[in-house]
Design a protein around this ligand. Structure first.
Ligand code: EPU
Length: 447
């Protein structure tokens, strides 16, 4: 990783209005899903983040034609993809490369795919439930030298798949992908229910698949012969919205978030209200307004699969709680070791101790600027929040992690009154190598 930094002059409250981008983890599934057809797909509201730039590179290398048709709208035409092999360096740099297994199995009945990478939370990120599902559908899976090979005897067949333990988002979507063209009725039990699962299922249905029950714990997929091209708009990013809400909670101020689905934010809004933050929802208008005096009431938080409090908001809410007037406990039951950023927060004066999957946080009156390092995407976002709320200047290193998942983060924060500047290498952008982006009003990134 290159060492790019954000330099944050802290202590400024956030005020104004910010438009939330398309959901990273929905795009992470929907872009690979375009591989499942030889028709062309138009996908709108794709956030310009480096993870998506990598996905585009992977698809292009496989023969896809990808064309920008609007500020955040792209045509993805995979008619030129004739291969089931996806073994590229970029595959190991992102998590969602695992969706290529399900997508290629559905289209070609086989897949050779490099094993995924993604954020390192200091513990394992298994894919056994994905493999269990593919195997039940009739695929034979082998992993050799970092490449997962899935073969079938003339295609997949339907199956009943019961996911074990915490319902896996990735396994739910991947099995749903593979089953779209598997003969018969596949049933996934103990499926994950995150909003991006519903979004991915909607895209599949627009492509001619028959997926029912997405958003509940039982998903039924009746195999279709072939999928076709479709047009779809990705849902707003629940976690990007939550991150801005947490930032306002920590700095004080009043911010309107537009292009959101307030229902998806409910699990976050409920906790923020417990902490004394005002969150007003305007469901019909797709916006929420967050108001904070900067005074934070301590509370306990436990992350759970949707509709529980999301693990992808755990570092951000914990950071807000470092400024609460008392002691809070935060337990991450999805990624138990996702607390590596806490050491960085203590450099800024935070007081917290970790025991197993729980952080006990004793609120302090103020954080002080320091040089700190992002260890993963959400940890990086949390450190930015700490820098915004802190007295003095904070330098956040390793911001390439942040730019894996937040579109125009610096520009958006500065438009709300923050003082953040960036230095160093510029993260991959999806518009890379595409001329004429000015026509779509795409801001250029500053080095
Ligand atoms: N798990 C298994 N076996 C599996 C898969 C998962 O035991 O085969 C366990 C994991 O160890 C974990 C839990 O199940 O304890 C949930 O894992 P899940 O499969 O749901 O996570 P994922 O698909 O790898 C996605 C998001 C993550 C997010 C999690 C949980 C993408 C690309 N990533 O990961 O997003 O934390 O779901 O909601 O969609 C992020 O955006 O910062 C991020 C890390």
């Amino acid at each position: 990783m290159d060492n790019s930094t954000y330099i944050i002059k802290g202590g400024l409250s956030l005020n104004g209005s910010v438009a939330i981008s398309g959901a990273k983890n929905a795009a992470a599934a929907i872009i690979p899903a375009a591989l499942m057809t030889d028709g062309s797909c138009r996908v709108e509201n794709i956030p310009d983040i480096s993870d998506n730039a990598k996905l585009f590179k992977i698809l292009r290398r496989m023969g896809a034609q990808i064309t920008r048709v609007g500020r955040d709208a792209w045509d993805i035409d995979c008619s030129g993809v004739k291969t089931h092999v996806a073994v590229f360096d970029e595959m190991q740099q992102i998590r969602s490369s695992y969706y290529l297994v399900g997508a290629l199995l559905a289209r070609f009945g086989r897949a050779d795919v490099a094993m995924p990478g993604g954020c390192n939370f200091g513990g394992p990120r298994p894919i056994d439930q994905h493999i269990k599902g593919f195997t039940a559908l009739g695929a034979k899976i082998e992993i050799n030298n970092g490449v997962l090979t899935a073969t079938t005897d003339g295609g997949l067949h339907s199956a009943n798949v019961l996911l074990d333990g915490i319902p896996s988002v990735g396994a739910t979507i991947n099995i749903m992908f593979a089953a779209t063209t598997a003969d018969g009725l596949t049933v996934i039990e103990n499926a994950a229910r995150e909003p991006h699962i519903v979004d991915a299922a909607q895209f599949l249905n627009l492509m001619g698949a028959d997926v029912r029950g997405a958003g509940t714990e039982t998903i039924k997929i009746r195999g279709a012969k072939k999928l076709h091209g479709a047009a779809h708009t990705i849902i707003p990013d629940q976690i990007e919205a939550g991150t801005f809400m947490a930032a306002v909670a920590a700095t004080g101020g009043e911010v309107e978030l537009t292009n959101v689905i307030p229902r998806h934010l409910e699990c976050i809004s409920v906790k923020l209200r417990e902490m004394g933050i005002v969150v007003d929802e305007f469901a019909g208008e797709g916006r929420v307004v967050v108001k904070s005096s900067g005074k934070i009431t301590p509370t306990d938080v436990k992350t759970l699969p949707y509709p529980g409090f999301p693990t992808d908001m755990q570092p951000q809410i914990s950071t807000v709680l470092t400024l609460a007037g008392g002691t809070s406990r935060v337990t991450d039951s999805v990624w138990e070791s996702r607390f590596r950023y806490v050491d960085e927060l203590t450099k800024m004066g935070a007081r917290a101790r970790i025991s197993g999957a729980t952080a006990t946080i004793d609120g302090v009156r103020k954080l002080t600027g320091a040089t700190i390092k992002a260890t993963d995407l959400r940890a990086g976002a949390a450190l930015v929040i700490a820098g915004l709320a802190a007295h003095g200047t904070t330098t956040v290193e390793g911001v390439e992690y942040v730019e894996r998942g937040y579109e125009h983060f610096v520009e958006k924060l500065n438009s709300l009154g923050a003082d953040v500047s960036r230095s160093g290498y510029v993260s991959d952008s999806m518009s890379e190598s595409i001329a004429g982006d000015a026509a779509f009003g795409v801001p250029s990134k500053q080095a």
